[in-house]
Design a protein around this ligand. Structure first.
Ligand code: KIV
Length: 260
């Protein structure tokens, strides 16, 4: 049996030169499958709003929905480190952030992830002070899609590059154990990864992060209606599901005809 993965183990992977492969799960079976496949870090991402709940973006996901899915994933009792996203507006004030991080931890999250940099440092410090580990998230912030008018690559200008590096240092200084870098230009993601001592976990940010994370349905093709350009799917489950269902339907219809 694999030993339980802790935040310290994930943090230490960078120092040991081990790359971190992280994926999302939103329920019991997927958390169990990812764990059995040896994935060390599983995130109940608020991407669940889009790939499971059918919302147009992640800003509609509620705390109650996150708790429900974290509980389901936690029932898998993964050896992997299991974390959860703080949903939109759940970390607006320090008080809210702390109370909501505690709710997710009570549901089974072993860490929480917050989107943003310097502007949420008080929230991050308060959560870490309550002994709940925090993963940062910089670059393109999906919860800002409405104010930004889309999903834009970050780090293209010198001021964006400078701000990202500063924010990464501030988050690291505040005690986050890792930082997700989403849609950051690969050279800037590389520079951040070389600058800070904690792991960077990239998504659409090139190969030079310390690890990679994907939204699992993008990797296995269970959400075929939208797939980010940077993802190379390794399975096409939607096709398999539709084929199996159509074959079974044909069998059922045949059996009915013979029974009459
Ligand atoms: O919500 C999510 O799944 C995420 C990943 C993109 C890292 O935050």
């Amino acid at each position: 049996m694999m030993s339980k993965i802790t935040v310290e183990i994930i943090r230490g992977m960078k120092a040991r030169g081990e790359r971190i492969a992280a994926l999302t799960a939103y329920d019991y079976p997927m958390a169990k499958l990812l764990d059995e496949a040896g994935i060390p870090m599983i995130l109940v991402g608020d991407s669940l709003g889009m790939v499971v709940l059918g919302y147009t973006d992640t800003t509609h996901v509620t705390m109650a929905e996150m708790e429900h899915h974290v509980r389901a994933a936690a029932r898998a009792e993964p050896g992997a480190l299991l974390g959860a996203d703080m949903p939109f507006n759940s970390d607006k004030t320090v008080e809210d952030a702390l109370a909501n991080a505690k709710r997710l931890a009570a549901a089974g999250a072993e860490f929480v992830k917050l989107e943003g940099g310097r502007e949420i440092l008080p929230q991050i410090r308060a959560i870490i002070s309550a002994a709940i580990p925090v993963c940062g998230h910089l670059g393109m912030l999906p919860q800002s899609v409405l104010v930004e008018g889309g999903y834009h690559v970050k780090g293209k200008t010198e001021s964006e590059r400078h701000r990202l590096i500063e924010d990464a240092n501030l988050l690291s200084g505040a005690g986050v154990f890792a930082i997700v870098l989403e849609l950051v230009t690969p050279p800037v993601a590389k520079e951040i990864s070389e600058t800070i001592s904690i792991p960077t976990i990239g998504i659409g940010s090139g190969d030079d992060c310390d690890g990679q994370i994907l939204v699992t349905p993008d990797l296995i093709g269970t959400f075929p209606w939208f797939r980010p350009r940077f993802v190379r799917p390794l399975a096409d489950c939607a096709v398999d599901i539709k084929r199996a269902v159509a074959d079974w339907k044909k069998d059922v219809e045949k059996e009915r005809k013979f029974a009459r």
